[in-house]
Design a protein around this ligand. Structure first.
Ligand code: SF4
Length: 381
């Protein structure tokens, strides 16, 4: 059977509802970098909020200032209008001040509901490890109090294994696509990652294994290889983004991405060596560098992007910058400087809820023409 992960996204609540029917709990998660393994080991399905098509003119309007990114608007609107009425609680990871503000709004508006903000310390020293481990233990107790399964080493180890397998399968998908970009459309790759964030990982692993079998036989195609960075909203991917059809018309081949909704969804595996107990290993992982602006210097990220460009022969980078997103904007000058120093052209596009076709087409076409014209330049150092 041909698997299309966009079908999972179109029916995005199905998996959560199934989990609830089986007696499990469902936690609404906003942004990655949350202790999902711990939640899953306690019988709680973490479900990331996916962006709705909008517009977001409902009750949330009176809670948010006008200068807030569209995905945060979408999250609050959907939570308020009951789209996610089945959730047992909300967890926010402190990736930016907007997320922190949202957590504050939700905990004040619904004081009787479970609303938590999760912040891993910036440092990684014995004190930070002690603090974070205590936080994780306290979270596990709260989940148990809500009706979750008590934390155990065996269950946490099993959760780490299934999550690590998922990261491995997604990495394999990126490797196959990077080597043979004609084998799978960029929207399919992003849909696969996004689907992983809303369904049980063991079921996603099964689908990924089947999906990988079908894409290995893709045709060889020629074109100009590029990498996407920043954030592409889910509604763009589900509804069929203009960006992808424009890129296709320009013979652009996306060989990798550094998108928050793509490769940045926590692909660093947790140490699975079993030398120390799983809670200590999860703590260590959460304290390590993660592929998000707040937990990874832009220089490190630039290094990863350059490595991907060299591995998969990319010739340029397109940045998709959500309007009002400070963390991504803070990184942008450093990233573009480093990439340009290595002779990689970059294009930055500001995006809001949906990409505007006319302006987008002109800018992308001009950029791709420039890349094609410079093809044949000496190999970049
Ligand atoms: S990181 Fe950016 S896009 Fe994400 S919630 Fe914060 S401001 Fe919005």
């Amino acid at each position: 059977m041909q698997i299309d992960f966009r079908d999972v996204l179109k029916d995005r609540h199905r998996w959560a509802l199934q989990h609830k029917q089986m007696g499990g709990l469902v936690m609404g998660c906003y942004s990655a970098m949350l202790p999902e393994e711990l939640m899953w080991s306690c019988g709680v399905l973490p479900v990331q909020f996916l962006m709705s098509p909008g517009p977001y003119y409902g009750e949330s309007l009176s809670y948010l200032p006008p200068y807030v990114c569209d995905c945060s608007r979408s999250m609050l609107e959907d939570y308020m209008n009951g789209t996610y009425g089945y959730l047992d609680g909300l967890m926010f990871s402190h990736v930016c001040e907007t997320v922190r503000g949202l957590a504050g709004i939700c905990s004040v508006r619904w004081p009787d509901r479970f609303v938590r903000i999760f912040t891993a310390p910036a440092g990684n020293d014995p004190g930070a490890r002690r603090y974070l481990k205590a936080e994780l233990l306290s979270l596990a107790k709260e989940l148990e109090h809500m009706g979750g399964v008590p934390l155990s080493e065996e269950r946490l180890q099993a959760a780490i294994s299934v999550y690590n397998e998922n990261r491995g399968l997604v990495s394999e998908l990126y490797r196959v696509r990077g080597q043979n970009p004609g084998a799978v459309e960029p929207a399919q790759v992003l849909s696969a990652v996004m689907a992983s964030s809303i369904m049980p990982k063991d079921q996603h692993n099964r689908m990924m294994r089947e999906f990988l079998k079908t894409i290995r036989k893709g045709p060889d195609v020629s074109g100009t290889r590029i990498i996407l960075s920043g954030l592409l909203f889910e509604n763009e991917v589900v509804l069929g983004s203009e960006l992808f059809s424009i890129l296709k018309a320009c013979h652009a081949l996306v060989v990798w991405d550094d998108l928050a909704s793509g490769m940045r969804y926590r692909l660093e595996p947790v140490d699975n060596s079993r030398r120390v107990n799983p809670l200590d290993r999860l703590t260590e992982d959460l304290l390590g560098p993660q592929p998000a602006p707040l937990r990874s210097p832009a220089e490190r990220k630039a290094g990863q992007m350059l490595e991907a460009a060299r591995t998969y022969g990319a010739e340029g980078f397109i940045f998709l910058i959500p309007k009002y997103c400070d963390p991504i904007l803070f990184d942008l000058p450093t990233l573009t400087r480093i990439l340009k120093e290595k002779d990689f052209p970059t294009l930055s596009l500001e995006i809001s809820g949906s990409l505007l076709e006319g302006a987008l087409r002109t800018r992308v076409e001009a950029f791709m023409e420039m890349l094609s014209a410079s093809a044949g330049d000496p190999i970049r150092a």
